[in-house]
Design a protein around this ligand. Structure first.
Ligand SMILES: C[S@@+](CC[C@H](N)C(=O)[O-])C[C@H]1O[C@@H](n2cnc3c(N)ncnc32)[C@H](O)[C@@H]1O
Length: 257
């Protein structure tokens, strides 16, 4: 799965404006509770959707930094945050944050740690750049718990395995709480954030994912081209019969330094 190029940025921009991800951002912001005048950093800021909201929350007296590996993602974030002088954007890695110790009141990192090779190092960096009592909010997904109504559940399982297996840390949610505590974070809280499509809508998270899910599994030889076509056609038939159903859980971790 290529996550850094123009096509990935365009897909993210589209699929992350669906109601489920809008709700995910609201849950993240509510948990992080950025206040006017605070400094905040969004690690793996992508196209800047969360960063823009954080910047508006801290206001012109505050500071909102966005960091991402991908120039294609940062190009969207730059456009989105034009005119917000409190925003700084830079290319960089979660494993070596280009900030001094204790610079930030809050840090967010959503759907990014799954791609980070040295995840422990990234979490130590999060701890380092936060002020004492600084807050962190992390969102991660475990695709092994994904469900979709399909005429062939076994193919669905292979498709979800391929999708989850394409990242470095596919099962982080089940491991993250004690890791955060070991690094020194306290008050670690975990909440589920379901991405639920109990019926079909074109403007939904899963509708934007279906072809990509099948294509990724096919590319990695988890399914054949025939299986991919038949799976997508089967889902299309269920949509026509109003029998569509999809759900995967994301998990929101919050903690304090
Ligand atoms: C699925 S996107 C999520 C974007 C954003 N956090 C959001 O929720 O809208 C994952 C992002 O992580 C970035 N990324 C992946 N590995 C990274 C790393 N080691 N350091 C910084 N960014 C990274 C990618 O470029 C991509 O923009």
């Amino acid at each position: 799965m290529e996550i850094y190029d123009d096509k990935a940025a365009e897909l993210l921009e589209r699929s992350y404006q669906t109601p489920e991800i809008v709700n995910q951002r609201l849950r993240t912001l509510t948990a992080l509770a950025p206040k006017s005048g605070e400094s905040i950093v969004d690690v793996g800021c992508g196209t800047g959707l969360l960063l823009e909201q954080e910047a508006r929350a801290v206001g012109s007296a505050g500071r909102a930094e966005g960091l991402d590996f991908s120039d294609a993602m940062l190009a969207y974030a730059r456009k989105r945050c034009v005119g917000l002088e409190q925003v700084g954007l830079q290319q960089g890695s979660a494993e070596t944050l280009p900030f001094a110790d204790a610079e930030f009141d809050a840090l967010s990192c959503t759907q990014t740690l799954l791609y980070v090779k040295d995840m422990d190092q990234a979490l130590r960096e999060f701890y380092r750049v936060l002020k004492p009592h600084g807050r962190v909010a992390i969102i991660e997904t475990d695709w092994s718990g994904a469900i979709i109504n399909s005429h062939d559940p076994e193919i669905s399982q292979r498709i979800f395995s391929a999708w989850g297996g394409a990242v470095v840390n596919p099962n982080l949610p089940r491991q993250l709480r004690p890791i955060l505590a070991q690094i020194g974070f306290s008050t670690v809280r975990v909440e589920a954030v379901p991405l639920l499509n109990a019926s079909y809508s074109e403007h939904s998270f899963s509708a934007n994912m279906l072809e990509n899910l099948a294509a990724t599994a096919e590319k990695q030889s988890f399914i054949s081209s025939e299986e991919s076509k038949s799976w997508l056609q089967g889902i299309e038939n269920l949509i026509q019969q109003d029998e569509y159903f999809f759900c995967v859980n994301r998990f929101l971790f919050t903690a304090v330094k």
